[in-house]
Ligand binder design. Structure first.
Ligand SMILES: NC(=O)c1ccc[n+]([C@@H]2O[C@H](COP(=O)([O-])OP(=O)(O)OC[C@H]3O[C@@H](n4cnc5c(N)ncnc54)[C@H](O)[C@@H]3O)[C@@H](O)[C@H]2O)c1
Ligand SMILES: O=C[C@H](O)CS(=O)(=O)O
Length: 486
């Protein structure tokens, strides 16, 4: 792999109980920008995952028994190591996932910010004393780590989606077994290498890589020693894994799919709205769960907004993410490109109009998808009802607040929504009526470690980050002391 200075960060097998797993059976990680093989990784499956769960179970009690300040110190060392390795981690991430280097650097810093946030939260896990109903009792509440956590994460943020779960889990005193996407395992393994270097105990943090997701997932959702399962990925897979967790009554966090509306009211600052949409829509080539999926524009400004958006689209630079200045890289696979092209074709066939499209340079050999603007889209069209996960903006005109809310909420999803308006009363009426977990108001990028990230409806449950994030990895225990009047 070109450009990675610290070669020991390139790990080619699972990290289990402090050991690097090797196996004769391998799978290939490829560069989506050109299809070239990056590395051959040792396959792991059910047996290795069970080993990892047993190792995590052995390590967890001693980890939870450490003073929180000691856990926090080790987490901060991990954070510092991530930032010290930022350039290499970003370069590796761009090679295996495709996003532009600038975005990859941002993802490394973003992931590390959750480690810092929860290192600081670790020493503030408070309990309660409760006024007793009778003189003979004293009531206490303590919070304890849930135990061993299983985690499965997607390819679109191969560092941050895993670290955003591991940080609160470890801060709370849990142990962790991660399965990253087999398209992008190198980033997760590099983070494990850094965990080992800073001295996280063997068995506490494990990364299992392999293409038999089902087998690995059956262990992480079904093993009796797994007490909590945290998933980030599509709603379809999330539903299946949630059902697998039901048998063992496991705690779950589900960060699932999205279908973000981007509402532009007639009084909006159109230049700010276009800038916000460009950030929200084309980040990671449109492959984020909070990317704008439908652009709802109030009719009086529909034409002016569309013209400004097309002008901004034409400024985008498409290409290999390792090249400085590239703003839109490839999609993760040819299958992902085909899905976007089908959504576009079906919607054009139903009356949508292709308003603008960037040319695809013939020199680009990878899984590239042309950034486009579609207009006259109907909310019932496939491109409006399904998660596009590609660089296509679908514009839908509307009349008035009531229609904006009706269109925005006409989706099974409820992750992120965006609203551009300068009327404070309108902002509050619309924000309160939107059925979404997060609303960006005159802002296209809303994610940070201080905020509760998560959705409602088919976008899942649980929150990552913020003062709420640790609760997903803690159990509340009530202590009732009797005989206190003797
Ligand atoms: N809400 C969020 O925070 C968030 C963040 C990122 C991505 N996502 C969503 O993730 C999706 C894109 O990522 P993706 O294509 O990797 O999603 P995906 O659901 O196909 O895969 C996610 C993970 O689940 C694994 N997996 C797939 N089938 C499995 C099975 N049967 N058993 C066990 N594991 C299985 C995959 O290997 C991968 O590691 C989009 O829907 C996006 O909205 C949501
Ligand atoms: O794709 C999902 C990520 O959660 C997006 S973000 O970087 O957290 O906004």
């Amino acid at each position: 792999m070109q450009g990675i200075q610290d070669r020991a960060l390139i790990r080619t097998g699972s990290f289990i109980d402090g050991q690097w797993h090797q196996a004769p059976q391998t799978f290939t990680v490829t560069n989506p920008a050109n299809g070239e093989a990056l590395a051959e990784l040792a396959q792991a499956g059910r047996a290795e995952t069970e080993q990892a769960v047993e190792a995590a179970y052995r390590a967890q009690k001693a980890w939870a028994a450490k003073p929180a300040a000691e856990r926090a110190r080790l987490l901060m060392a991990w954070h510092d190591a991530m930032l010290a390795a930022q350039e290499d981690l970003a370069g590796m991430l761009t090679l295996e996932q495709g996003k532009p280097l600038a975005e990859a650097r941002g993802e490394i810093a973003y992931g590390a910010s959750y480690v810092k946030w929860f290192a600081e939260e670790a020493v503030r896990v408070y309990g309660d004393t409760i006024p007793a109903p009778s003189a003979d009792k004293r009531l206490l509440v303590v919070k304890q780590p849930v135990g061993v956590v299983g985690s499965i994460t997607p390819w679109n943020f191969p560092n941050a989606m895993m670290v955003r779960k591991a940080a609160p889990a470890l801060a709370a005193g849990c142990a962790f077994v991660a399965k990253p996407a087999s398209e992008t395992p190198l980033s997760a393994l590099a983070v494990a290498e850094l965990a080992q270097r800073v001295g996280l105990p063997d068995g506490l943090f494990n990364v299992v890589v392999g293409t038999d997701s089902q087998a690995i997932g059956e262990v992480l959702t079904g093993h009796p020693k797994i007490r909590k399962f945290s998933f980030t990925g599509s709603t379809g897979v999330g539903r299946r894994l949630l059902a697998q967790c039901a048998e063992g009554i496991k705690r779950t966090s589900m960060e699932l799919g999205g279908n973000a509306p981007f509402i532009v009211m007639a009084d909006a600052d159109l230049d700010a709205a276009v800038a916000g949409l460009m950030a929200s829509k084309f980040r990671n080539a449109g492959q984020t769960c909070v990317c704008t999926n439908r652009v709802l524009v109030e009719r009086p400004v529909y034409q002016a907004f569309t013209d400004k958006l097309v002008a901004a689209l034409e400024q985008l630079t498409l290409g290999d993410g390792t090249q400085e200045g590239v703003q839109v890289g490839p999609l993760i696979t040819a299958k992902a490109v085909a899905k976007v092209e089908q959504l576009v074709a079906d919607s054009l066939a139903q009356g949508a109009q292709l308003r603008a499209s960037l040319p695809l340079p013939s020199s680009l050999a990878g899984h590239f998808c042309a950034p486009r603007v579609l207009t006259e889209v109907g909310n019932a069209m496939p491109i409006a009802q399904e998660e596009i996960f590609g660089p296509v903006a679908a514009l839908i005109p509307f009349e008035g607040e009531a229609e904006a809310i009706a269109l925005a909420n006409d989706s099974e999803y409820g992750l992120a929504a965006y609203l551009y308006s300068r009327d404070i009363g309108q902002v509050f009426r619309l924000s309160e009526a939107l059925e979404y977990g997060m609303v960006g108001i005159n802002e296209g990028i809303l994610s940070n470690a201080a905020a509760p990230f998560g959705g409602v409806k088919a976008s899942g449950h649980g929150r990552e980050g913020s003062k709420y994030g640790l609760d997903d990895y803690l159990d509340i225990k009530y202590l009732c002391l009797g005989g206190m009047d003797k």
